[in-house]
Each structure stands twice: as structure tokens, then as C-alpha cells.
Write a protein that binds this ligand. Structure first.
Ligand SMILES: [Zn+2]
Length: 84
């Protein structure tokens, strides 16, 4: 199962952009920066890169937290009280 990169809800069908239909409509697409040697907008490229990086970090953080929570859930299921 895949999840939406923005709201982390499970998606029935994987999407190309990684977002569910609701979030895909809500998110403004990060403008692609023209890779022109002389007219290169470094500031815009930096902002776009930061936006993509922040989204990636948010997703990975959420994913790691859920993996840890899942590990704890599994460990609790396996835990058996043993009298000393
Ligand atoms: Zn979403």
C-alpha cells in the first residue's frame, strides 16, 4: 500500500506525484526552474530545492516514526509476563 506524501493517508491507487487526489488539488506545484546558463534564477532554484527537501524530510520523518510505533506494537504483542 502506498500513502499520500502530504497527509499520509493510505492510497488505493499509487499516484505519479505521490499525492492523493485531494492533496494533489490543494498543493501548488513547485515551479520548475529554467536551466539557462545566463538567466539562471539561483534564488528561485534554492527555494524550490528547499521546498522539495522539506517535503522529503517530512515524509521520511513520518515514515520512521510509524516504523518505530509499529515495532513497539509488535513487541507488546509478543511480550509475555514471566514471574521471577
Ligand atoms: Zn493527501
Amino acid at each position: 500500500m502506498t500513502i499520500c506524501l502530504r497527509c499520509h493517508r493510505p492510497l488505493k491507487n499509487p499516484s505519479i506525484g505521490g499525492l492523493g487526489p485531494v492533496c494533489a488539488k490543494a498543493v501548488q506545484p513547485v515551479p520548475e526552474v529554467e536551466l539557462d546558463l545566463f538567466g539562471y534564477d539561483i534564488e528561485a532554484a534554492t527555494l524550490a530545492a528547499r521546498a522539495r527537501l522539506a517535503e522529503f524530510i517530512d515524509f521520511r520523518t513520518w515514515h520512521a516514526q510509524h516504523a518505530i510505533a509499529e515495532g513497539f506494537r509488535d513487541a507488546r504483542k509478543r511480550f509475555v509476563w514471566v514471574r521471577p
